[in-house]
Design a protein around this ligand. Structure first.
Ligand code: IMP
Length: 197
């Protein structure tokens, strides 16, 4: 058995990865290893924050681990909100306020191109590996749909005419930034763990 810590407090995300990896792997969350402190994301990039969380766990608890950080990068806003995606409109982390601000800042812009980017930092067997998954698309002019979370009501993935909130999880889980990053993670974990299993 190979134990990996997923530096998250979201048990659903951890369970999802454990199911995809299959037998031979145990995925633990921060709570499972007794890490109850809030690891502050103080770095200016997604990569920096993903590494910061994973290094914290590896150094303090000694487990192989991975962490993820996701941002929405909008071309006409020079890549914003990027690392500030969750708290774009303030510390309240309110998705409605975030969307309102995004739509306002895009008024009159000639392009609405954007991408979601998920970065995963994997610390395994003394190696530090950065992986990413990108979902290209554009920002709608107004909200559509009730599914999903965060910016889903205004994000239209490339090749579609509806937002993630309209398309739903069946489509989203096949093409999303997170799904693509997790696919890379699985490939890398499997490739790196063959000798030790
Ligand atoms: P996290 O790193 O997964 O916590 O994501 C940071 C922020 O990005 C979240 O608070 C959401 O606002 C936004 N976000 C991440 N993934 C998605 C997504 O799949 N759809 C819409 N918004 C997302």
């Amino acid at each position: 058995m190979h134990t990996l810590v997923f530096a998250t407090n979201n048990p659903h995300k951890a369970q999802e990865v454990e199911q995809i990896l299959g037998p031979g792997f145990i995925i633990k969350t921060l709570k499972d290893i007794g890490c109850l402190e809030d690891i502050e994301e103080t770095e200016p990039t997604l990569e920096g924050n993903a590494l910061l969380k994973a290094r914290y766990v590896k150094e303090k608890y000694g487990y192989d681990c991975f962490s993820e950080d996701t941002g929405l990068e909008v071309e006409a806003l020079d890549g914003a909100p990027g690392v500030h995606t969750a708290r774009y409109a303030g510390e309240g982390r309110d998705p409605e306020d975030n969307i309102k601000l995004l739509l306002k800042n895009l008024e009159g812009k000639s392009t609405r191109k954007a991408q979601f980017r998920t970065v995963i930092a994997l610390l395994m067997k003394d190696q530090e590996i950065l992986l990413q998954g990108i979902c290209p698309g554009s920002i709608a002019t107004q909200k559509h749909g009730t599914g999903g979370f965060g910016y889903d009501p205004v994000f239209i993935p490339e090749g579609y005419t509806d937002t993630f909130a309209v398309l739903g999880y069946d489509v989203k889980n096949k093409i999303s930034h997170r799904a693509r990053a997790i696919a890379q993670l699985l490939e890398t974990i499997r490739a790196n763990s063959t000798e030790s299993l």
